[in-house]
Each structure stands twice: as structure tokens, then as C-alpha cells.
Design a protein around this ligand. Structure first.
Ligand code: TUI
Length: 316
């Protein structure tokens, strides 16, 4: 079994979090991951307080294992869902796409373990000082909204800078990635892309197919111009968005209008023309649909084997 402080303190079997993917990470996926021994996470992104409350109840009807809720801080409902998670006493909150400091004391006082997703050492240090239980250090190989640093340099620097556990994210989809994350100082990993093709993941079949078909160069980043870079599969939409960004005659409003609803169109409708298929750079490694239990067992067994073998690389 893999030795990890985070497993004991969170009451989970495997040191693997499922990323709180907007529109994707619902009660079905999160419950399946938690039930299989990882930390399942519901994405509150597109939900108001009432919807999130119902989703939490749905998860609790499927599993009594620990789980988390991800709060996307750019969401118009961030304040409302911040109150709901405290009322419902969810065990773990992860945050993304912004600075969680304004909410941290409400959550820590409610006894919730707060694990912000950070993409810099500076934010990691700030949240650690304000009572974060751990941080997810997320590199730019991730799908969706990303920061500037990549996983390989970010994780060891965050590990050196804070005394709380670090979870590595971005570019990890198998046991090699999990073992490497341990070597960089992490106590565990968060994966999104690998769970996109889970049997219990409710994305449209086209989404799963596009992830499975993606190669090593199958994703691209757009949105740098607006200051909100986003990684997605190279589809017609992503290419057209990038072209529009380069075109000086296209206004920010026109770009926003073009992008509005694109993630929903990909997840719910499988819209290959106008959908935005957010996805990490590691998609090229994801080759089949599996249950969450199979994914977790496979990855952790592979990491255990690699870590046991690793000392054989040193000649005394
Ligand atoms: O949040 C994510 N990934 C996401 S959120 C999302 S929804 C969305 N869709 C389209 C455009 C924009 C958002 C899709 N994917 N990952 C965690 C993450 N957080 N990555 C980067 C950050 C981050 C960025 C800035 C964290 C803190 C931060 O702080 C800024 C500040 O105020 O200090």
C-alpha cells in the first residue's frame, strides 16, 4: 500500500483526488470515486446553492465515504455556495480560479478541510498561513483554466514553501505520474482527464471518444489574451477561438459571446462544432473507458511497483 499522510487524515484508501471539473464532476462521478477509495469531488461551478445542496444529498445517498466540493471562485454563485458547503458540513472543499482567502475562516470554523488549488508558490504560502489543510499544486498541463507554471517545476517549489501536504495536478494519468509526484514532494495527486472516460462519468459519448482519440499534441491553450488561459482539445471551436483572439478587429465582447455556453455544449450535447472540450495535455495516455474502481486500482498498483523498484536504480 502507498504510504501517504493524506490518506490517513482524510480517511481515504488511495492518495488520489478526482478533479472538480465544471459541468462534469457531478454526484455520480464523485460518489463512484469516493466509494472506490479516492476523494470524489463535486464541481459546484454551474450550480446555485439549492442545486448544490441537492447534489450533495444525492452523493450522500450513494456513499458514506469522504468527498469534496470544488468552488470555482469566478462563479456568480460563489458566495451562495460558500454558505451551503458550510451549512452541509462537507468534509473537504477545494477552490479554483481565484483567491479563496475571503471565505477561508468561515469554512475552517465550520470544521471543513480547505484545500485550495494553486498555480503559484505565492498563493500556496498565503493560504497555508490562513489555515489551509493542504494545497493542490496544479500545473499548466491541466485541462481547463490554468496558471503559468508547469507541474514539474511547480510541485517541488510549493512543497519546499509550505508545511502542509501538497497534492500534484496537471499531466498525471497513470502510476508513473503518481510515483513521479511522490518524488517531487507531493503526498498525492489530483486527476481530471483520466476520469473523463470513467464509466461513471456522465459526459456525452463524443467527449469520451475525443479524449480517447487525442494524441500527445491533441490539446491547445487559448484565452491568454484575456488573462484567462484555458486548455482544451484542438477542435473546430478551439481553433476558431484562437483565430478570433489574433484578429484585432474582434472585440472582447464578441469573444465572450462566442465562448458562452461552449463547455456545456461539449459536455451535454457532444457538440463537435461549437463545444469546448476542456482536457489535459495527458489525454494521449488515456486509451479506454474503465470504472473508477479499475482506474484507482490500476494506477496505485503501478505506482507501488515503480516505487519499490526505484532503489534498484542506485548503484552503491
Ligand atoms: O479552476 C481551475 N480550472 C478550471 S475552472 C474552469 S471553469 C472556466 N471555464 C472557462 C474559463 C474560465 C473558467 C475550468 N477549469 N483550476 C484551478 C486553478 N486555479 N487553476 C488556476 C487557478 C488559479 C488562478 C488564479 C488560482 C488562484 C488564482 O489566484 C488569482 C488571485 O486572485 O490571486
Amino acid at each position: 500500500m502507498l504510504e501517504s499522510k493524506i490518506c490517513e487524515s482524510l480517511g481515504i484508501r488511495y492518495p488520489v483526488f478526482q478533479g472538480g471539473m465544471a459541468w462534469v464532476a457531478d454526484a455520480d462521478l464523485a460518489a463512484a470515486v469516493s466509494e472506490a477509495g479516492g476523494l470524489g469531488i463535486i464541481a459546484a461551478m454551474n450550480m446555485d446553492g439549492g442545486q448544490l445542496s441537492a447534489e450533495i444529498d444525492k452523493l450522500r445517498a450513494k456513499t458514506d465515504k469522504p468527498f469534496g466540493v470544488n468552488i470555482m471562485l469566478m462563479s456568480p454563485f460563489a458566495g451562495e455556495v460558500a454558505r451551503v458547503v458550510a451549512e452541509k458540513k462537507v468534509p473537504v472543499i477545494t477552490t479554483g480560479a481565484g483567491n479563496p482567502l475571503p471565505y477561508m475562516s468561515v469554512w475552517t470554523e465550520a470544521g471543513i478541510k480547505v484545500i485550495p488549488v494553486v498555480s503559484s508558490v505565492a498563493l500556496a504560502k498565503m493560504v497555508a498561513k490562513r489555515g489551509a489543510f493542504a494545497v493542490v499544486a496544479e500545473g499548466g498541463e491541466s485541462g481547463g483554466h490554468i496558471g503559468e507554471a508547469n507541474t514539474m517545476p511547480l510541485v517541488p517549489q510549493v512543497s519546499d514553501a509550505v508545511d502542509i501536504p501538497v497534492i500534484a495536478a496537471g499531466g498525471i494519468a497513470d502510476g508513473r505520474g503518481l510515483a513521479a509526484a511522490f518524488m517531487l514532494g507531493a503526498e498525492g495527486v489530483q486527476m481530471g482527464t483520466r476520469f473523463l472516460t470513467a464509466k461513471e462519468c456522465n459526459v456525452h459519448a463524443n467527449y469520451k471518444r475525443k479524449v480517447i482519440e487525442a494524441s500527445d499534441t491533441g490539446t491547445m491553450v487559448s484565452g491568454r489574451k484575456s488573462g484567462h488561459p484555458v486548455r482544451a482539445l484542438k477542435t473546430a471551436f478551439a481553433r476558431q477561438y484562437a483565430e478570433m483572439e489574433k484578429d484585432a478587429s474582434v472585440t472582447e465582447e464578441q469573444l465572450n459571446e462566442f465562448g458562452t455556453g461552449a463547455l456545456r455544449r461539449a459536455v451535454k450535447d457532444g457538440d463537435l462544432e461549437r463545444g469546448s472540450f476542456l482536457c489535459g495535455e495527458i489525454a494521449g495516455l488515456v486509451k479506454k473507458e474503465q470504472t473508477c474502481a479499475e482506474i484507482l486500482a490500476e494506477i496505485t498498483a503501478e505506482a507501488e511497483k515503480l516505487l519499490l523498484k526505484a532503489s534498484g536504480r542506485v548503484i552503491r
